[in-house]
Design a protein around this ligand. Structure first.
Ligand SMILES: C[S@@+](CC[C@H](N)C(=O)[O-])C[C@H]1O[C@@H](n2cnc3c(N)ncnc32)[C@H](O)[C@@H]1O
Length: 258
């Protein structure tokens, strides 16, 4: 991956790079002639840009300011938290198999859930890890464990709690896709549907599996959920495997991959 760093503050960059060691970046002073590249800025951290999208559009994870910070702090009765089984006095531990940019997981951690999660795309994972690195003072940060890893290797080992799966939407939408979605689709033009994630989750020890779908999308793996919760732009398919107990609210962390 080509990286642009025109700040000359190599030390702060090297410090940040330790949060996303899986991404090999060839740093240079100017953007490449075409394609995607990452940009490093000492105050703003890591962002993804593309020559074709122009200088002003970029993908950057920010949990402290802007729309995602507002979403994290505004959450009271968000459909997501209800779908995952949060109730008064009950905050299940979540395994987020498709952590992505961490938008859903940070909301869940802020309401008190312990969340461990995996992201398998190295660039998305680096942007997310950098966002988490910059959030070290947020009150929810210690409830999150994040790894760059394929969730398929972890799902069968999930001992308890609730598994959350949010595969990329593949259906055509009428509305123009956001800049963020455009970058995500460019990084993953052939994203898998997520059927294998659901099949693997069904072999785990979790109490419940929750899948986020677009409202009219077919169910994953042909598995009909017990309940569907409908929001304006999303649907949550719920697969209860057993009763949620206090044990399911206890944190457990994925063993770090070496
Ligand atoms: C729609 S995005 C998830 C968005 C996320 N819920 C959020 O709030 O930011 C789907 C993500 O799942 C990731 N993914 C797909 N298959 C995966 C797998 N087997 N293991 C880990 N991550 C996976 C993709 O790389 C993509 O970033």
């Amino acid at each position: 991956m080509i990286g642009v760093d025109d700040s000359g503050q190599v030390l702060s960059r090297a410090d940040a790079e330790s949060a996303w060691p899986w991404l090999t970046v060839h740093w240079q002073l100017t953007p490449p002639e075409q394609g995607c590249y990452v940009q490093w800025m000492p105050d703003d951290g890591l962002s993804l840009k593309s020559v074709e999208s122009g200088d002003r559009s970029s993908l950057r994870v920010d949990y402290q300011r802007g729309p995602q910070a507002r979403r994290i702090h505004a959450v009271t009765g968000e459909l997501l938290t209800r779908a995952l089984g949060c109730q008064q006095g009950r905050r299940p531990a979540i395994f987020d198999a498709t952590f992505g940019l961490g938008h859903d997981s940070t909301v869940l951690a802020n309401v008190g859930c312990y969340v461990s999660g995996c992201e398998s795309n190295p660039i998305v994972a680096a942007l997310t890890a950098d966002g988490l690195r910059r959030s070290v003072n947020e009150p929810w940060i210690n409830r999150i464990q994040f790894q760059y890893r394929d969730a398929l290797s972890v799902l069968p080992e999930v001992p308890s709690g609730v598994i959350y799966i949010d595969p990329m939407f593949q259906e055509r939408r009428r509305a123009a896709p956001s800049m963020e979605m455009q970058f995500m689709h460019r990084l993953m033009p052939n994203a898998a549907r997520g059927d294998s994630l659901l099949e693997a989750a069904l072999t785990s020890g979790a109490a419940r599996i929750v899948v986020k779908r677009s409202p009219k999308a077919p169910v994953l793996a042909g598995r009909v959920p017990s309940t569907m919760m409908h929001g304006k732009a999303v649907r949550f398919d719920i697969y209860p495997l057993r009763k949620v107990t206090p044990e399911d609210c206890q944190p457990w962390w994925i063993e770090q991959q070496r």
